[in-house]
Design a protein around this ligand. Sequence first.
Ligand SMILES: NC(=O)c1ccc[n+]([C@@H]2O[C@H](COP(=O)([O-])OP(=O)(O)OC[C@H]3O[C@@H](n4cnc5c(N)ncnc54)[C@H](OP(=O)(O)O)[C@@H]3O)[C@@H](O)[C@H]2O)c1
Length: 338
Amino acid sequence: MNDQTKFKALVVREQAEGFQQKIEERCLADLPPGDVLIRVQFSSLNYKDALSASGNRGVTKKYPHTPGIDAAGVVAFSTVPQFSAGDEVICMCYDLGMNTPGGFGEYIRVPASWVLSKPEQLSLLETMQIGTAGFTAAQCVDKLLAFGLRPEQGPVLVTGATGGVGSLAVALLAKLGFAVTAVTGKESEHDFLQQLGCTAVLNRQQATGRVSAALLRERWAGVVDTVGGEILAGAIKATRYGGIVTCCGNAASGDLALTVYPFILRGVSLVGIDSAECPLTRRKEIWDKLAGTWHPLLQDVLVKLSQQITLEQLSQTVDAMLAGQTRGRIVVDLREKA
Ligand SMILES: NC(=O)c1ccc[n+]([C@@H]2O[C@H](COP(=O)([O-])OP(=O)(O)OC[C@H]3O[C@@H](n4cnc5c(N)ncnc54)[C@H](OP(=O)(O)O)[C@@H]3O)[C@@H](O)[C@H]2O)c1
């Protein structure tokens, strides 16, 4: 292997007719310098990847570019003692797939500080069935638990419930014994959500409630919101006295129109969740839970809520995700074909 070693990657280029995605042959010399060269076996498709693949400059400033904020694979070469050739590792977020060539290529080269050893109890495939979306769902659930939320306190609302973050949050909360109400825009996916363990399903309008109201009837002991906008506002207004709302996404909107009343009359807590710059110690804590006590709860569910695609199928799946037509987690298989 040398700098001219070739590999396949999805490359997004800006053309006169807009942004185009194509599988291209790249060579290792095209990758930035870095401590660890990783042969990617699996990646996954997150909402941020769909934005990067479609030319969103808020995510990716410079094109041509290879998206993919998630990667799991095997170290091919390392300049640091923490990692050796053959180690199974995962690399998620930081700048991967944003302005650093990401997991939609067969190789990535990254700083050692972005790399985590794969937890022993998880397979590489499972780490990407979880991926950034699942890790984010786990962070949200962990915040609810650390806050002291218990199943007997009442139902938990999950918005964007058929999405990557939402579906994993539904499944994990249900397995932990919570009554979960799912919000979805997809009438056809109510069965899927019930299979994941939710006890009730609302459509988006029902979850929003009366937009002009400052407060709504108290319903939720906790909320995992992945969409923002009017649905998040509705969820906060309907959160019970002393309840907690985690906010991690903006699939619907980045806006949040509210009064202070849910906070000053009901003592509701709004907690922000970020995975991109999440410190390494916190990452390890969450992965320890995902690989430890939560693993037996999630093992079957991960299979139910994920599907595998190839690099060649990515482009059409990106379009489907942007059109709101995907569900659950989408793993990209970059292993060498037999
Ligand atoms: N803070 C972080 O570090 C972090 C990490 C990961 C993800 N995120 C964010 O979390 C959000 C979800 O990510 P994901 O990977 O789960 O994406 P995803 O798989 O595309 O899921 C998003 C879901 O949101 C719902 N949705 C889409 N458009 C909507 C609209 N206009 N109004 C209401 N609901 C809508 C859909 O669910 P239904 O059809 O079931 O309603 C969709 O499946 C994204 O905004 C992403 O950027 C943030």
